[in-house]
Structures are given as structure tokens and as C-alpha cells.
Design a protein around this ligand. Structure first.
Ligand code: FAD
Length: 279
């Protein structure tokens, strides 16, 4: 059976009314492109628990299939179960299961479930196969991992706890993605691994964020961005060109789909997605 390539979108919970209005505007604009689902991030240690749930409800009301992110670190099993059951009751059947990061100042109590693999197992124990579960993947290695091989073993273990698919951290080298997929396949694991696509709209923000999450900005790209200085408009149009080429290379190389980090905007998605050929 051939499954056609699709795309999904990621949003984050808005902080205030103006940000919520922007999210709704962007989501409605992008809805016309027919994403397969949309996801909503979850703040470290449950800090956006209410905000995530509200954004999930908002997007559900707009008619999207919504996948809330849920991270386990720093939360009790009872809290997590409460969230999972709440989503189940409102008709959610897809989750992105994560470990998350400890927010600073929360001390060292990781909670009952230490890794995303524990959360996947926990969801399966309580709700069987009722949820489609996505997990995170890191083609360029998770920043805390001790080696590429150890990280791969942990990823395989996480998938074996019952994940249906994975979405990657963003990257700008397609080779990193294809190499990761080859290494996963060599271990006999065949779940879809969907590249996460980050738009380039603001170079200082991108550099800062990439440092934190361990995503590599290739030297040529760093240098090109530096040349634009503060010229935001040129960075945006260059960013669209680069990301569109990356996305098409990934699709042409056999990626099962794409997951766009929208940053709650619609401009980059509207410029890039309609130009792509999906098989
Ligand atoms: P895990 O898969 O648990 O891995 C974390 C680290 O632990 C890795 O280094 C792994 O190698 C290691 N490890 C795993 N199992 C073991 C084990 N048994 N023994 C020893 N080491 C082990 N963060 C948020 O806070 N909210 C979000 O909504 C969010 N969404 C994301 C969406 C995507 C697509 C991605 C790629 C990341 C997202 N993140 C989010 C960031 C993520 O929470 C962090 O990268 C976090 O540090 C790791 O989460 P994980 O689920 O990948 O963890």
C-alpha cells in the first residue's frame, strides 16, 4: 500500500488575547492547505497546562484533528492521567509524548516517569491503542545524549513502548535526517519519521534556539544570514528559499511527510507549502 506524503503543523499556546487572535488567524489561513493534523506544545513541567488545553479546544472547534503535546518530567502519574483522560473525553485521539525539560528553579524531582518512553508505556497501559502516539527524534542527537549510538538505542526503546510515529527536531542538513532514518531502519524499526521543518524568519532567534536544542546551523547558512545583518525582509525571503529547497529534498528523498513549526504565524507556511510537490 502506498501512503501519500502529508504535512502537519505545530502551534504553541498563546499568552494573551492578542496572541490568541493571531493563532486563530494563522490557523484559519493555513487550514486551506489541508494539514493532516495540528499539534500544540506543552510548557516545561506543565507550565502551560491550561494554555495548552485551551489552544487544543480552540483548534478542535475550528475543525482540526489536534495532537496535544504532553511532557512527563516533573509531573505525577495522577496529574498526567488526569490530562490524558481529559483529552480522551473531549475526543482527542492523538498525542505527542515527550519527556520535556525541567524548568529552572523546579529542583531535581523528575516525577514518576523519567523518560518519554515511560510516558508512552503509561499511555498504552491506560488507554491501549486508542491514541496515535508520536514521539520526538533527533537526527543530530539529543543534546544530553552521551553518544549517537546510545541516543539511537533510547529512541528504539521509546518506539518499542508503543509509538506510532516520530517527528524530528529541526535540522538544515538533509543528510543528517536520511542517515538517522537508515540507522533506525537497520535496527528493524519501520515507523514513519517525519522531519520537523523550522522556518527562518529571524536569524538571532534561530541561532539562540539552535544552540539550546542542539540543532546545527551549517557554516554556509550562518554566513549567509550574517551577511543580511538587520535586513529582516531579505532574511525572510532567503529563509523561504532555503527551507522550501530543504523540504522538497526531503520529500523527494522519501520522507513520509513534513511537520512545520509555525511559530504561530502563517506567512512562511503559506509561502512554502503550496510550492511543494507531495507524492
Ligand atoms: P527522551 O526520549 O526521554 O530522551 C531524553 C534524553 O534521555 C535523550 O538524551 C535520551 O538519549 C536519554 N534517554 C532516554 N531514555 C533513557 C534511558 N532509559 N536511560 C538513559 N538515558 C535515556 N519540549 C517541551 O517542553 N514541550 C513540548 O511541547 C515539546 N515538543 C517537542 C516536539 C518535538 C517534535 C521535539 C523534537 C521536541 C519537543 N520538545 C518539547 C523538546 C523536548 O522535550 C526536549 O528535547 C527534551 O529534552 C527531550 O524530550 P524527549 O521526549 O525527546 O526525551
Amino acid at each position: 500500500m502506498t501512503v501519500s506524503q502529508s504535512f502537519s503543523l505545530e502551534f504553541f499556546p498563546p499568552r494573551d488575547q492578542a496572541a490568541q487572535d493571531k493563532l486563530v488567524r494563522s490557523a484559519k489561513t493555513l487550514q486551506g492547505l489541508r494539514p493532516s493534523y495540528v499539534s500544540v506544545t506543552f510548557g516545561a513541567g506543565g507550565s502551560t497546562r491550561t494554555g495548552t488545553a485551551e489552544a487544543v479546544g480552540l483548534l478542535q472547534n475550528l475543525g482540526f484533528d489536534v495532537a496535544p503535546h504532553l511532557s512527563c518530567i516533573g509531573s505525577s502519574e495522577a496529574e498526567l492521567l488526569d490530562i490524558i483522560e481529559g483529552y480522551h473525553a473531549q475526543g482527542i485521539r492523538r498525542l505527542v509524548a515527550l519527556r520535556g525539560d525541567m524548568p529552572s528553579g523546579m529542583g531535581g524531582d523528575t516525577g514518576a516517569l523519567r523518560y518519554a518512553s515511560d510516558l508512552v508505556r503509561f499511555i498504552r497501559e491506560h488507554r491501549g491503542d486508542e491514541f496515535t502516539i508520536e514521539v520526538a527524534a533527533y537526527p543530530e542527537m539529543h543534546p544530553e545524549a552521551i553518544s549517537l549510538e546510545a541516543d539511537l538505542q533510547h529512541f528504539i526503546h521509546k518506539v518499542n513502548q508503543g509509538a506510532n510515529g516520530a517527528v524530528t527536531q529541526y535540522f538544515f542538513s538533509p543528510h543528517a535526517y536520511f542517515d538517522f532514518v537508515d540507522r533506525v531502519r537497520a535496527k528493524g524499526v519501520d515507523i514513519p519519521i517525519v522531519p520537523g521543518i523550522m522556518p527562518i524568519t529571524n536569524s538571532s532567534q534561530l541561532l539562540r534556539f539552535s544552540n539550546m536544542c542542539g540543532a546545527e546551523i551549517p557554516r554556509w547558512l550562518r554566513l549567509r544570514l550574517a551577511d543580511f545583518g538587520d535586513d529582516r525582509a531579505s532574511i525572510r525571503s532567503f529563509g523561504i528559499e532555503v527551507v522550501q529547497r530543504l523540504a522538497q529534498d526531503l520529500l523527494d528523498g522519501g520522507a513520509p511527510g513534513l511537520h512545520f513549526y509555525t511559530l504561530n504565524g502563517s506567512e512562511a507556511g503559506m509561502a512554502i507549502i503550496p510550492q511543494l510537490s507531495f507524492k
